[in-house]
Design a protein around this ligand. Sequence first.
Ligand code: ZN
Length: 481
Amino acid sequence: MPRTLAALVIALVLVAPLFPFAAAAQTPATSLEKMAAAIGASDVRSIEIAGNGTIFAIGQNATPTTPWPRFNLKSFTRSVNYETASLRDDLVRTQALDPPRGGSQQPIRGEQRQIFAVSGDHAWNVVGEVNNPVPVALAERQIQIWITPHGLVKAAMARKATVRGRTITFDEPGRYRVKASVDVHNLPAMVEAVVPHPVLGDVAVEVHYLDYKEFGGVKFPTKIRQSAGGFPILDLAVTDVRPNGAVDIQVPDNVRSTPEPYVRVTAQMVADGVWFLSGGTHNSALIEMKDHLILVESPINDQRALAVLAEVKNLVPNKPIRYLVNSHHHFDHAGGVRAAAGEGITVITHEINRAFLERAISARASIQPDHLAKSGRTAKVEGVRDRRVLTDGTRTVEIRHIAGNLHHDGLIMVYLPKEKMIIEADAFTPPPPNAPPPAVANPFSVNLAENLKTQSLDVEQVLPLHGRIVPVAELHRAIGH
Ligand SMILES: [Zn+2]
């Protein structure tokens, strides 16, 4: 008996390191003070980092189950001012996938510079001389400030984080939840944040910090790996870090004076019972049937979707919206699907997107409950393969697959045979009026023209879900036909 007991004790000692709680008991617990001292958090008011690597475009994959499309990240600088809660990313990316697969302005010709900024509760993109407000990106940019190694420690202290062993947790109600683990040197090793997302509800953003080195008196990781929604979004080799430089990120006047750019909806009747709903970066279309309505596309987010739904009610007060046609699952086009589901509207999409949108509709939105979460409703998602015809005896609406399009495997368009119109997203975005045709034809547009031909569609006008209505001749001109 004593021998058995001794064996048991030895066995327990041997297996103890396999259990995390036992391992934590051996390594002294961290504390916010130890973390702040290790990384120099209280002395760091701003930080600028430079590097290169690989970047991915979240929500722009060619099918809902493949990873986010990848781009070469030739240069990347991130500037953060913790005192003003501001961040600015300035990057140069190039096309990595050949042939192009997915969205995010593929195919990129040569180098493309992108500037993304956030300060306080304003988020914007800088394109040349123009500052475009992008409130839809606010949550994902704000969290980037507070999951940097120094930002993490600052936020943990400000929000009185709970420390258990080497794990810290804290949250900011309505904005994020954070759980982080700390290495034996009390430096942040892994951070998992949960933030609100228009398509995914609560979305997890995970970052791993590796190979810390000393830069100008502060420690900073030289490898950063991030994922979001289950796939990589950034793989960065850090080459330079500068603490406490002058980082002055000011909200541009036009961004400050346009806090809600998504609420403006302009309705234009383009045929009897057909409206084009524009006013921002993404359009929708409305089709009136005998006793119901069909909405084509509910993009961006709750705010845009609710503004579009309100305009629909205004245009046709006495008929319910029975269907929402979703062109494809890309997050900028599917950002208002949850809001439509909150109205009980049946969603029609390509079969490839069906399971994804079903999951999106049933996802929890606990950080910032949206229209769907508050409604307590749900909605059906119906999949289309090649073609589905909706008719009420007088009007025919054809939903058709844009087959073989490298932008997205499950891209659908709406064809109105009587009106000789198509409504499409991302296969063809008309250039500004009188712009010369591109030197190299966009392969997605070439594919759309092929589909119009092979499917024998009689089209006079294109209602694009980005940009202005154009005669179909503009599509042919853009591809050099
Ligand atoms: Zn797209």
